[in-house]
Design a protein around this ligand. Structure first.
Ligand code: ARG
Length: 290
């Protein structure tokens, strides 16, 4: 495990550099309905001192710019009917922004450019079902954890891949989303618990990886469990193996210089957990029963 962690750290540095290069890639900007109504609320904010306190807190006054990659249901995804970005992360960020008297602005970008963008202060926060890892911590600060993720393996029904050991030992091709922890784990050489670079196929989002699996271009996809469930539900003929292999914590990332924002977000997350808001948001998207 130690070796694995050391590997993860060095891989993370490469990721950061790659992320910095990819940071100017295509993106779209969406201001959510919640954010719009929030800005209206903000205009009438009874507590002007709270709003004043927020000035200078973020790179654009009065706004909380969140970078995400909206192909990760139920954390963030484009609503089929409206194309609006919604999900757990969007709602939690909306609730946090509201507490801070800020308007939430969502930027949908490549996952592997989020951290670099936060480092360059292009975005105030990154929130994308993002796993807290030691190497990412060298680049950005993470808030308190608000959810847990598990890395899962998706295969075609009837696949001869039955567990992680079969996956690792064969010559199977594994699809991952570029720059994710699934990418990191799988890219390690077999002696370090991965399948090695030459068997990893990288996609810019999880949806494309799952599509490649459905059409037989690859043999498995390694991705977080909740998006895995959504993708499998939407693509008949796929199954999730019973053998999850890594449990992870999700958090928002913030620029290392902006500890004031970090502290305020942590305070907001604490209050929103204690008053039941965050548990209710998670329950809405991932019902614990039924
Ligand atoms: N939890 C994984 C990671 O942090 C995958 C996150 C992918 N998120 C996304 N919105 N596409 O590496």
């Amino acid at each position: 495990m130690k070796k694995l962690l050391t590997r993860i750290v060095s891989f993370g540095l490469i990721l950061c550099m790659a992320g910095a290069m990819a940071a100017c890639s295509t993106k779209s900007t969406t201001t959510t309905e919640a954010a719009k109504s929030e800005s209206e609320t903000q205009a009438n904010a009874e507590s002007s001192s709270e709003t004043a306190a927020a000035a200078g807190l973020t790179s654009q006054s009065g706004k909380l710019v969140m970078a995400t990659n909206a192909f990760f249901p139920p954390y963030e995804y484009h609503d089929e009917a409206t194309n609006e970005i919604m999900g757990i992360d969007v709602e939690i960020a909306g609730a946090v922004a509201k507490k801070l008297g800020l308007e939430l602005v969502i930027e949908d970008t490549q996952f592997d450019s989020i951290i670099a963008g936060v480092q360059m202060k292009k975005y105030d926060i990154g929130m994308a079902g993002m796993t807290v890892t030691d190497e990412r911590k060298q680049a950005v600060n993470f808030t308190s954890t608000y959810a847990t993720g598990i890395q899962s393996i998706i295969v075609k029904e009837g696949s001869e891949i039955k567990d992680i050991d079969t996956l690792l030992s064969g010559s199977y091709k594994v699809g991952v989303q570029t720059g994710t922890t699934g990418d990191m784990y799988m890219s390690f050489p077999p002696e370090k618990g991965g399948v090695g670079e030459d068997r990893v196929v990288r996609y810019s989002n999880g949806n494309d990886a799952v599509l490649a699996l459905s059409t037989g271009k690859i043999d498995a996809v390694v991705i977080d469990n909740e998006p895995a469930k959504s993708y499998v539900a939407a693509n008949p003929g796929l199954v999730i193996l019973e053998t999850p292999f890594a449990v992870e914590d999700y958090a928002m990332c913030v620029n290392k210089d902006n500890t004031e924002l970090l502290d305020k977000i942590n305070q907001a997350l604490k209050e929103l957990t204690e008053d039941g808001t965050i548990p209710a948001i998670i329950e809405k998207y991932i019902p614990s029963k039924g």
